[in-house]
Design a protein around this ligand. Structure first.
Ligand code: HEM
Length: 115
């Protein structure tokens, strides 16, 4: 009775993780456009926080492809988000948005490398 359940878990775990990656990426997309479209610092900060949480979740997922490149991309992304947070904390929404543009570049770079 145990064996079939065990096999089911083994076979389905990777696809469950892939689904999790997709859904966290979709949330990052929404948070990114929320942040870039925000008119006030509190609004921006809220979306950035969401993005940082998503990035943290994504960086903890085990990636079944080129894991080293994936890890590097997540580190670059987190650094971009930290830079945007510093500008937001300094009270400069325009600078914070420019810093966040770098995250879009990181996204394109690693999507090209991994997909
Ligand atoms: C703000 C930055 C990012 C945004 C907004 C973003 C957004 C997205 C979106 C919308 C998808 C498509 C999800 C779907 O299939 O429905 C995706 C896929 C993917 N992204 Fe990102 N991404 C970002 C950064 C990154 C980074 C830095 C990496 C690598 C370290 C990465 C790795 C991937 C991978 C591997 C997929 C394919 C997932 C799959 O099909 O299983 N992304 N991303």
């Amino acid at each position: 009775m145990i064996a079939p359940i065990f096999c089911f878990v083994l076979l389905h775990a990777p696809s469950a993780r892939a689904g999790e990656l997709k859904s966290v990426m979709k949330d990052m997309k929404a948070a990114m456009s929320g942040a870039m479209g925000s008119a006030t610092l509190p609004e921006f900060t809220k979306q950035l926080e969401r993005l940082r949480q998503d990035a943290q979740i994504a960086s903890r997922l085990s990636y079944s492809g080129d894991a080293a490149t994936y890890r590097q991309g997540m580190q670059d992304l987190q650094r971009n988000l930290e830079a945007a947070e510093r500008e937001a904390k300094a009270g400069d929404l325009t600078a914070a948005k420019s810093a966040l543009q770098l995250a879009s570049r990181t996204k394109r770079r690693y999507h090209d490398l991994l997909n």
